[in-house]
Design a protein around this ligand. Structure first.
Ligand SMILES: Nc1ncnc2c1ncn2[C@@H]1O[C@H](COP(=O)(O)OP(=O)(O)O)[C@@H](O)[C@H]1O
Ligand SMILES: O=C(O)C1=C[C@@H](OP(=O)(O)O)[C@@H](O)[C@H](O)C1
Length: 268
């Protein structure tokens, strides 16, 4: 039986083996592939220039500012707050992915995992009431804030309990503030948010909840006003605002020494 035609670079690569004849890898001899145009290993033509050598080239790789955020945060968590439907879960998930070394956590998801009998948050609200839900939410946040390198999507009402702020403020708090019409259209057919149940139009309910919570949401370190932007664009906006926040509020150990030698910190 002939040996399998493994690609010697990585078995998951689907392109044919690019190695020249009689090249042996792992004990197998490989045959040339004539069908790869300009195979850099066999072609007589010079390879195209590396775009990285020309920083003005549009193909030149530029690092994602989201990835550059991770080392600047030094492990500090990001907490996303805002009204239900403002996009906290969607944005946190994509942000964590783009940051690379951060983990996405959704407090609502943690709560759902804790509830017995696969109960949903809406069912728990109905059976046990909002007050019981808030107690669990506070306990979950207390657990979550002990972790580092997390992008945490919180429940919309987490800002209402003052004791939650002592946990949120151990990280950078980001308020996602979209237009209420945008949120209302996103949640039009949603049945998972108990506070929106009933016959009052969603837009009206959102407006009433927002008017009692806005002051609390505005305690955030960073506010991102959102219109009709898609998820990736909102992530870009969050990243930009977080970099700005760090620029304006550098961690103490990074503060520049003042003229004359001593840093502000060492004088305190
Ligand atoms: N910027 C956006 N553009 C389009 N759809 C979005 C955007 N942000 C969130 N969504 C969608 O809106 C819905 C509610 O978002 P979600 O992340 O669950 O909000 P939250 O966690 O704040 O309650 C989801 O279906 C989500 O995919
Ligand atoms: O605003 C609120 O009080 C709530 C928001 C929900 O989370 P999302 O903001 O993720 O929808 C969920 O925690 C619960 O239904 C209560």
């Amino acid at each position: 039986m002939s040996p399998p035609r493994l690609n010697p670079i990585h078995p998951k690569f689907t392109k044919p083996n690019p190695l020249p004849p009689s090249h042996s890898v792992g004990g197998f001899d490989y045959q040339p592939d004539d069908d790869i145009p300009d195979n850099p290993l066999t072609s007589s033509k010079p390879p195209p220039p590396n775009p990285l050598d020309d920083p003005t080239s549009p193909d030149s790789l530029t690092p994602d500012p989201a990835r550059l955020l991770s080392p600047r945060l030094g492990g500090t968590n990001l907490y996303l707050i805002g009204l239900m439907g403002s996009g906290k879960s969607a944005i946190a998930q994509t942000l964590a992915l783009r940051m690379g070394s951060y983990t996405f956590i959704d407090t609502d998801q943690v709560i759902t995992n804790l509830l017995p009998d696969d109960k949903s948050i809406a069912e728990f609200f109905e059976e046990e009431g909002e007050e019981e839900f808030r107690k669990i939410e506070t306990q979950v946040l207390a657990g979550v804030h002990g972790y580092v390198r997390c992008v945490v999507s919180t429940g919309g009402g987490i800002v209402c309990a003052p004791q939650n702020w002592s946990k949120l403020q151990t990280g950078i708090v980001v308020f996602l503030d979209p237009d209420l019409d945008v949120i209302a259209s996103r949640l039009e057919n949603d049945t998972t948010r108990p506070l929106l149940a009933g016959s009052t139009p969603i837009r009206e309910k959102l407006s009433s909840i927002m008017s009692t919570r806005r002051k609390m949401y505005e305690q955030a370190d960073v506010t991102v006003k959102i219109g009709g932007e898609g998820v990736e664009q909102v992530v870009d906006m969050v990243v930009r605002e977080c970099h700005k926040f760090i620029d304006e509020n550098p961690p103490k150990q990074y503060q520049q020494p003042e003229e004359g030698g001593e840093s502000k910190e060492s004088k305190e």
